[in-house]
Design a protein around this ligand. Structure first.
Ligand code: ADP
Ligand code: MG
Length: 343
């Protein structure tokens, strides 16, 4: 992977904020889990943060598997590769990715757990499984956690775990709750036997807070903040996965102090020649004011989020990098350096 680029665009924080707990400790703690679910509203940076955690895990010497749950997940793109299949593929040193498409997942699930041979899966018996898979929402959702739990248990020939860390780029907020709860719901339907013990095992892996944790991604905007608070509450209520960290992504840069903005604006507009050459330079004062207002609005959302979250909130600044590996690396560096660490 090479070294992560240094991240220095953000100005040093005031002493009050720097006294917050170092993010390195938070990160070590997070990466010591076996499974990290990255969940949140669409567009808040789930895929990017999942990719960043994959890179950080590999940097810690771990063999990492990234799992893409959404059909159009772009985790492999965020890790500099073009498209993942159902079989894990190496995308970066120490990082593999697999795309979890429910159909293939279901086939493997039948083969591994219920020892249903391929032929049988094509006969009318398969209609029964089709029914299970399509008619009842629980089992299909459970395939997601089933496959993740299976990968957690996968061993090499020498009995070592195949993956030290599994990072799951989850579906958008609403659906992930159903997926995480699926095994629990199935337990209410299945009374005994092999299927029950498999489901119990899957639920056990997912809800074991020593092994599994969730990272919630949010943006410093009203709706994403409200949804993040709701997601934390819903996850706590359903008691499947413990939330370990919240990432407040795309924080705008801190504005310059007022007097500095004025000096800049005056400098830029004092000279008639400059005004003639640089279209729009006359607006620089207004642009700097706008930057200040956007930052204050983001800060208010950040305060709201921090007041309601029961886990540390780490800021990740808005980056100017290209989408893809460059942004993932920059976000990894921001998480590692923890410029906005902890509340
Ligand atoms: N901190 C950031 N700064 C700038 N762009 C970002 C940042 N985090 C994510 N992005 C970009 O925002 C877009 C949405 O992020 P993504 O990780 O795909 O969100 P999600 O998976 O939650 O839908 C992507 O183009 C991504 O490259
Ligand atoms: Mg995504």
């Amino acid at each position: 992977m090479g070294t992560l680029p240094p991240f220095s665009r953000r100005r040093a924080l005031p002493a009050r904020k720097r006294a917050a707990p170092p993010a390195a400790g938070l990160l070590d703690e997070l990466l010591s889990r076996r499974i990290i679910f990255v969940a949140g509203k669409g567009g808040t940076g789930k895929t990017t943060v999942a990719a960043a955690l994959c890179l950080l895990g590999a940097k810690h010497g771990k063999e990492v598997l990234g799992i893409e749950v959404e059909p159009k997940g772009d985790l492999s793109a965020a890790l500099g590769s073009n498209g993942a299949g159902f079989k894990p593929e190496v995308v970066q040193p120490g990082v593999s990715v697999l795309a979890l498409h429910a159909e293939e997942s279901f086939q493997e699930y039948l083969r591994l757990y219920f020892k249903v041979p391929r032929l049988a899966r094509l006969t009318p018996l398969s209609r029964v499984f089709d029914f299970i898979a399509t008619a009842v929402p629980g089992p299909r959702d459970m395939l997601v956690t089933g496959k993740i739990a299976f990968e957690e248990r996968r061993r090499d020939e020498d009995r070592r775990p195949a993956w030290d860390l599994i990072v799951v780029d989850c579906s958008a907020s609403g659906h992930i709750l159903a997926q995480l709860r699926a095994a629990r719901s199935m337990l209410e339907l299945v009374r005994g036997g092999l299927i029950r013990s498999q489901i119990e095992w899957i639920d056990g892996v997912i809800s074991d807070s020593r092994r599994t944790t969730a990272v919630l991604t949010s943006l410093p905007e009203e709706m994403p903040v409200v949804e993040t608070i709701e997601l934390q509450r819903d996850l706590a209520r359903q008691r499947t996965v413990n939330v370990g960290l919240c990432v407040l992504n795309r924080m705008p840069p801190e504005p310059l102090p007022g007097p500095a903005r004025k000096v800049l604006a005056d400098l830029a507009t004092a000279d008639a020649e400059v005004r003639a050459k640089v279209p729009g330079v006359a607006h620089i004062g207004a642009d700097l004011e706008l930057g200040e207002r956007l930052y204050r609005a983001a800060e208010a959302q950040s305060r709201h989020l921090r007041a309601e979250m029961s886990v540390p909130v780490v800021d990740v600044p808005l980056m100017a990098h290209r989408p893809g590996l460059a942004t993932s690396r920059a976000v990894a560096a921001a998480l590692r350096d923890g410029n906005g660490a902890g509340t």
